[in-house]
Design a protein around this ligand. Structure first.
Ligand SMILES: [Zn+2]
Length: 61
């Protein structure tokens, strides 16, 4: 826990991060990273745990 504000590198372009857009070098790279994140999130199927009891309901009525 002795880590202070060390000069980080932008994970997008590898430049030194700026204070206004930590840990990125600029708001732009932050946007890029966010975009990747969202893209990945969207790629995850969210209907995996959907309870398929709609049909069961009709039969077990
Ligand atoms: Zn950058």
């Amino acid at each position: 826990m002795a880590q202070k504000d060390r000069p980080r590198r932008c994970p997008i372009c590898g430049r030194a991060a700026s204070l206004e857009a930590k840990p990125f070098c600029s708001p732009r790279c932050a946007q890029v990273d966010l975009g990747r994140w969202l893209t990945g999130a969207y790629a995850i199927p969210a209907t995996e745990e959907e309870p398929g009891s709609a049909e069961d309901d009709e039969e077990a009525r």
